[in-house]
Design a protein around this ligand. Structure first.
Ligand SMILES: C[S@@+](CC[C@H](N)C(=O)[O-])C[C@H]1O[C@@H](n2cnc3c(N)ncnc32)[C@H](O)[C@@H]1O
Length: 210
């Protein structure tokens, strides 16, 4: 049941309650609510693999830095950054994601990242709290764009940057154009095809700055 992912030389075992398909099919109509809340957090997405590899290969980018892993899911990127001595906070609005991020850190003998339960539509961080925010595959729905942009604008420290790892989707170019129209510079850092179990996606890692 746990997922095993190799990021450079290190093997991470990521525990989770079940797989996406089983959890999804067990959901009843009322469980979806207005917000849908499909349990995507129980997977490790190709965008997270690409971001985690990038973080692991550049320890200087995160070491000693206060970082936020936005929409952390099972916590892979938080764990890799914490192993690089980052002061990392994993954040998700799913209770299970926060629980498993902490548990996975313990079980992989990684210094425990903070993990907080928070919705990006209701930011509880002080302005300018993080010099680096990273996020993998969180902008898969257009309704997320505005709240996430407002959240990033608030929590990013002056001179800070965002690493956004996103698979190629029909909406991706529109997203980047929209961010640029709001004053963000968007620079592609690396592109890669990631094949991870049943997923096969072209992923781009973007650096965003205000
Ligand atoms: C596709 S998953 C990606 C998980 C992880 N970053 C990865 O790539 O493996 C999207 C994540 O965003 C989280 N999320 C969705 N809406 C959110 C919100 N409003 N506030 C905080 N987290 C949210 C989900 O719970 C989920 O963990």
């Amino acid at each position: 049941m746990p997922l095993q992912v190799r990021i450079r030389e290190a093997l991470y075992t990521l525990h989770r309650p079940s797989d996406l398909e089983s959890l999804w099919t067990a959901m009843e109509e009322n469980d979806f609510g207005e917000d849908e809340r499909i349990p995507y957090w129980v997977e490790v997405w190709p965008a997270a693999i690409h971001l985690a590899e990038w973080i692991a290969s550049r320890p200087g980018e995160t070491s000693g830095r206060r970082c936020l892993d936005l929409g952390c899911g099972l916590g892979l990127c938080s764990l890799v950054a914490a192993r690089n001595a980052a002061r990392v906070v994993g954040m998700d609005y799913e209770r299970g994601a926060v629980f498993y991020t902490r548990k996975n850190a313990r079980l992989n003998s990684v210094p425990l990242p903070d993990a907080v339960l928070m919705d990006w539509r209701c930011c509880g961080f002080k302005p300018g709290s993080f010099s680096l925010v990273f996020a993998a595959d969180i902008l898969y729905e257009k309704r997320f764009w505005e709240p996430v942009e407002a959240f990033l604008r608030r929590v990013l420290a002056p001179e800070g940057k965002v690493l956004l790892s996103t698979p190629e989707r029909q909406t991706t170019r529109g997203l980047l154009r929209w961010l640029q129209s709001l004053g963000w510079s968007c620079c592609p850092l690396s592109e890669k095809r990631v094949v991870q179990r049943e997923y096969d996606m072209e992923v781009t890692l973007w650096e965003l700055r205000l």
